[in-house]
Structure formats: structure tokens, C-alpha cells
Ligand binder design. Structure first.
Ligand SMILES: [Zn+2]
Length: 459
């Protein structure tokens, strides 16, 4: 196919538009001229118009995807060519184009097949795959009305808030289904592994935490988040500033079981052994965190997140010396530093030295003592730090901020369970765009949603 002459004629047409724009600027007096911002926007639109024309012409190189009269279906049956199916879609240049696609149908399994969709990326929705990716990125970052405005302002693309919302929720639901499928397949295929030597390094960090989300009925429910990274990916980008190059997040609104399955799958994909012998796990004092770790990674090294301990120290100090007291702050800081250099005995010793007069102080001391005794084996901070291990779950803090807070905890937001789960899944997808362990991606999510013509009876 000779495409270049078509392109030449497009360029010629565009030159005409440029000349008429130039005439508007040269003719009138300076005060009557087009506002420079408006000029800039028009130039962009001109660029988009050229892009669209080129895209339509060059897309012809793909044909309609026809592959003979019949081909073998994955089910074993025969997919026969039925005819073409056209679909109008909006492209990244905010213009409509019509795609003619060869359509095949298999009578054995009742599934339709559009090879061109497979080649270009499915076009089941009313947008091209490239626009779909951009729209999904905007929508998982901002609420639908803001996302629609952003798309219009930044990319010149007009999509309604409603259609953005619909497609994002569909994407979220599809991602959730795919993740569950993968997690189940992994559990069904659990082969015993060669044990990792006891002295093995533990480069993998598994961090777990929960945060409350406000629901539509006024109640609060916990979003549980897992953050996973390889310590080798933590690099110094600046003196005293380290950055994590790659990480993986999982999130779930509800009980810990599903988060455990999802995190376990991701951990295996990352390189964590089946029992967690090459991993350490940081978490706060919540029992579900440690139950989950013991269920999935019994050989992982457990670490009580130092920041959570530090919060408990401050709360205890305030109960003894009063809220906002300098003495309390100093005590918590000193005991924290001592514990960081050693282990739980530093806190227990410091508590033994306290002689509070009030009942509140005594209760706080007893509570902290119980907390520290429960987690003493997770507080060997001195030894852990000497080996270069992280003792604070900063990763999961940023996970909460990135996956949950920025999208689901905006002022006044309240969620239905289903809506929150779908948006959480879409947000998780976006936040994992650089993850080496994701089975879903912004690019493949549409194929997860399923073929546009599934189950349709052949015409
Ligand atoms: Zn079939």
C-alpha cells in the first residue's frame, strides 16, 4: 500500500490552515489580534488535526485483520469469517474514526473473534487503546469530573465524566478478577521448593498496614495495604536522600485473607521464596498483620515498625508528664534512640525507672509494657540495622498515601463498598505501573475486560 502520497496531501491541506491563521495575525492592528494563548491552543488543535489524519491513513496498513475464511479456535472448534464489524472510536487527537474489523465466530464455544482488536489492542469501548490508557491514568488520579476537565485542558480530549467513571470501574473490576484468578492458580500449583540456606540474605521487604476509609453509611472500614520491594532498589539519589526505584502494592477493602493471597502472589513473582526465608516483614502491632505473615511467610523475619513503637513511646510519656510536655518528648526520643541501638530491653528498663503519681500514667506504663513484651522478638533493632535491614515501614506509608489517600480520602468523600473496591483496583493498577511483579497493566487491562462481541450469535 502506498501511504506516502496520502501524507503529502494532508500536509498540503494543513499548510492552507496555517496560512489563514497567519493572515489573521498580519492584517489587524496589534490590539485586535488573536490572544496569544488562543493562538497557541489553535496551533495545538492544528497539530491534533494533522495527527488524526496521519493516524487514519497509516492505520490502513493494518487492514481489517482478515486471516482467511476460517482459523482454529483455542477451544478446538473452527472460527469462521462472518463479515466486518465497524466501530466508531475517539482517538488521542479527540477525533472520531471508524474501524472496519474482520469478525469471526466459533459455533463450538459461541465466542466471537476480532483479530484486528488483538493486534491494535481491543477497541470494545468508544476510545482507541492509546486514549484509553491516558483516560485511565487521569481517572485513577482524580475524581471523574476533575479527570474529564484535566483531559480536556491537558490533552484536548473531550470525554464525559460519566463515561470515564464507567470505564474506570469496569477496569477496576476486571483487574480484581484477574488478580484473583492468578492468586488462585498459584495456590493450586504449589510445588515444594528447595529450602534457602539459613544464612541467606533477606533483600525483600514486605510491609503491611491498615487505614480507615469512610463509607457512605457513615461507618469506617479498613483498607489493608501491602507494600513490597527489593532493598537493592533503594538507591541514594542525593546525599541523605534515598529513593525506591521499583515497588509493588496490593490493597484490599475488607478482611486480611484476600490481601494475603494477593500479596503472596506478588511476592512470589518478585522473587520471595514460598516460606519467606529471603524476606523481612515490617508492620505495626495489629494482630492481623502478624497472623497474615505467619500464614504466608513463616520463615520471614518479623520487625515491629519503629515509627509505631515511637508513637507508643510518645503516648506513654504524655500520660506520665502531660500532653505537650517537653519532658515527655525528650523521654520518648531518648528511649527510642536507645531501643534503635539495641532491643526491647531498653524500653522495659526505661519503664522500670518511671514512678508516675497518677493512675493514667500507671495504666499507660502497663499497656506499653504489654505491647513491648508481645513484640520483643520483633524489636532487635540494633542487630537488624547492623545487617543493613530497614526497621521502619516507610514503604507502606507511601503506599497508603499513593494508593488510598490521594484518590479515596479526599475531603468529603464517602464510598460504597463496590465503588471503593473498583476505584482502589484502578488506583492500584496505576501505582504499580513500574512494578516488576504485576500481572495486569494499564496496557493490557482492556483485554481483561473481555472481547466486545463475546457470546454474540453470528449474523
Ligand atoms: Zn471456539
Amino acid at each position: 500500500m502506498d501511504l506516502v502520497p496520502q501524507v503529502d496531501s494532508i500536509v498540503e491541506g494543513i499548510m492552507g490552515a496555517v496560512q489563514s491563521l497567519a493572515a489573521q495575525l498580519e492584517g489587524p492592528a496589534p490590539a485586535a489580534r488573536l490572544d496569544p494563548r488562543e493562538l497557541e491552543r489553535r496551533c495545538r488543535d492544528l497539530g491534533l488535526a494533522v495527527g488524526h489524519e496521519l493516524f487514519v491513513q497509516l492505520l490502513r496498513a493494518y487492514g481489517d485483520g482478515r486471516q482467511g475464511a476460517a482459523t482454529r479456535c483455542p477451544c478446538g472448534g473452527l472460527r469462521r469469517y462472518v463479515g466486518t464489524r465497524s466501530r466508531q472510536v475517539r482517538d488521542l487527537m479527540n477525533r472520531l474514526l471508524t474501524l472496519e474489523r474482520a469478525y469471526y465466530f466459533c459455533r463450538t464455544c459461541g465466542q466471537g473473534w476480532l483479530p484486528l482488536d488483538e493486534q491494535l489492542g481491543p477497541t470494545g469501548a468508544q476510545v482507541t487503546p492509546a486514549l484509553y490508557e491516558v483516560a485511565l491514568a487521569c481517572r485513577s488520579t482524580a475524581p471523574p469530573d476533575e479527570a474529564a476537565e484535566l483531559l480536556s485542558l491537558v490533552a484536548g480530549v473531550e470525554l464525559s465524566a460519566k463515561s470515564l467513571e464507567r470505564s474506570t470501574k469496569a477496569a477496576g473490576a476486571a483487574v480484581d478478577r484477574a488478580l484473583d484468578r492468578h492468586a488462585q492458580a498459584l495456590q493450586a500449583d504449589m510445588s515444594p521448593e528447595t529450602p534457602v540456606p539459613a544464612a541467606a540474605q533477606r533483600p525483600y521487604n514486605l510491609q503491611l498496614d491498615g487505614r480507615m476509609l469512610r463509607m457512605r453509611d457513615g461507618t469506617f472500614r479498613e483498607v489493608k495495604v501491602a507494600s513490597l520491594f527489593d532493598a537493592h532498589d533503594l538507591v541514594e539519589v542525593h546525599p541523605e536522600r534515598r529513593e525506591l526505584l521499583r515497588k509493588h502494592y496490593e490493597a484490599h477493602l475488607g478482611g486480611p485473607e484476600r490481601l494475603g493471597r494477593l500479596a503472596y502472589r506478588a511476592a512470589r513473582a518478585y522473587g520471595v521464596t514460598g516460606d519467606g526465608a529471603n524476606a523481612l516483614s515490617q508492620g505495626d502491632g495489629a494482630p492481623w498483620v502478624w497472623n497474615l505473615v505467619q500464614d504466608h511467610w513463616p520463615a520471614a523475619l518479623e520487625v515491629l515498625d519503629f515509627y509505631h513503637l515511637s508513637e507508643h513511646l510518645h503516648a506513654c510519656g504524655q500520660a506520665v508528664w502531660g500532653v505537650g510536655s517537653e519532658r515527655a518528648r525528650q523521654w520518648a526520643r531518648e528511649v527510642g534512640e536507645q531501643t534503635l541501638a539495641s532491643d526491647a530491653t531498653a524500653v522495659l528498663h526505661a519503664l522500670d525507672c518511671l514512678r508516675p503519681s497518677g493512675a493514667g500514667g500507671q495504666q499507660a506504663i502497663a499497656a506499653l509494657r504489654r505491647y513491648v513484651q508481645t513484640h520483643a522478638h520483633r524489636m532487635r533493632y540494633g542487630a537488624l540495622r547492623a545487617q543493613g535491614y530497614a526497621v521502619a515501614s516507610a514503604g507502606v506509608e507511601s503506599a497508603h498515601h499513593g494508593v488510598v489517600q490521594r484518590r479515596l480520602k479526599r475531603p468529603g468523600q464517602r464510598w460504597s463498598e463496590r465503588g471503593a473496591r473498583q476505584i482502589l483496583a484502578a488506583r492500584r493498577l496505576w501505582c504499580n505501573r513500574h512494578s516488576p511483579a504485576d500481572v495486569t497493566s494499564v496496557a493490557n487491562v482492556r483485554s481483561l475486560i473481555g472481547p466486545a462481541y463475546r457470546g454474540r450469535v453470528a449474523a
